[in-house]
Design a protein around this ligand. Sequence first.
Ligand code: GLN
Length: 458
Amino acid sequence: MSQREHIEKALKTIERSDLNAFITVDYEGARRQAVEADAGKLDGRLAGVPIAIKDAISTKGLRTTCASKMLEHYVPPYDAFVIQRLRAEGAILIGKTNMDEFSMGASTETSFFGPCKNPWDINRVPGGSSGGSAASVAAYEADLALGSDTGGSIRCPASFCGVVGLKPTYGRVSRSGLISYGNSLEQIGPIARTVKECATLFEVIAGHDPADSTSLNLPVTSCEQSISDDITGLKIGVPLDFFGEGVDAAVENATRKAIDVLVDLGAEAIEISMPSLRYALPAYYIQAMSEASSNLARYCGIIYGHRVKKDQDWHQTFSKNRASGFGKEVKRRVLLGTYALSAGYYDKYYLKALKARTLIRADFKRAFQKHDVLIAPTMPHVAFKLGEKIEDPLSLYKEDINTVPVNLANIPALSIPCGKKGKLPIGLQIIGDQLDEARVFNIAWQFEHNTKFNKYAE
Ligand code: GLN
């Protein structure tokens, strides 16, 4: 198949799809690049591969909305660092994917452009906030995708859509050009149908960028090289805290069976306890909302964002722009975050959340002194119904119970399919120590290679 045919096939699949996985499809750009690929003008590790980009990542000349009315018409003047890397490796940017508004959510239902749907059951959510990225890869609307993960936004949709997604170590992938939500927690990361493809995409986007002051200036270890290594003697910690109340029996069973597979391959598994994890969810939400309230202050319609027509005094203009440009969930978080940071409440909420974060990091550090990786369910259950939780913010926040600890600890974690409940995929979470992505990919590959849970890998 020529690249042109390959791209046309993906574009047709998007056109025929009911998933609403894309906010913007770049038909013209994708076709132009496919012609270049066929003429041998695109080279690199991703030459001619159609890739979908979460609409929170800046793409030069291509609208980037963050799924918000606030940025409905925003066209970035520059490419994010990761986009520069993709272009340098010959990837074809097929479009920008649907997401929760400003990455706030776990279901891709808060998008200004309407909800995205789950490819395994059209009445269910794809997870979020990078729902469009995972759904598009699962449905062959793209071969690869980029998402971002502040508290689970790559791993949750990867789990619900039955694909592979990695949240890298904090600082491993540049955030330059990523529209910030909770900047001390988030990373851009790869989503793919197989472990190997996920590792390749990770290698392409990882590395130092002086434009991001939190970017690590350390060499990127090759993940592809050690991907099929033997895992005999590997020490797996199984934190029971991830199997608490609310975890579906089918999810627990699938996770335990997955651990047995790894033990049969020569690994050792030991159950452990990480008591500080009970603080993870509140600590995450206080911190994420506080950072959001500060990061979103720039969208007042003066330099950035939606602007109402009739200008009155600056105060009214500012308020009207924000009141009409942001959706309900974004407003809730800006208000709560502002409250948590305000004088008199700072110590009680924000500072306390930071202290809890320190305890959580220490717990992970201790766990990694004795174990090479930790394994747990990614999500407490399979994809839920569209509309089921959207009116109840707390129940949506609880979705993140098993994903946010990893962001608070700045460590990498990958979600990989490990079974099904009915027709809906279940995700296994493999958590690594700082910068230990290569080992995480190695275990994921061994699991994928020795089981039949990933239908895309057959
Ligand atoms: N669901 C979480 C939240 O709403 C995580 C979102 C994300 O990782 N961007 O904050």
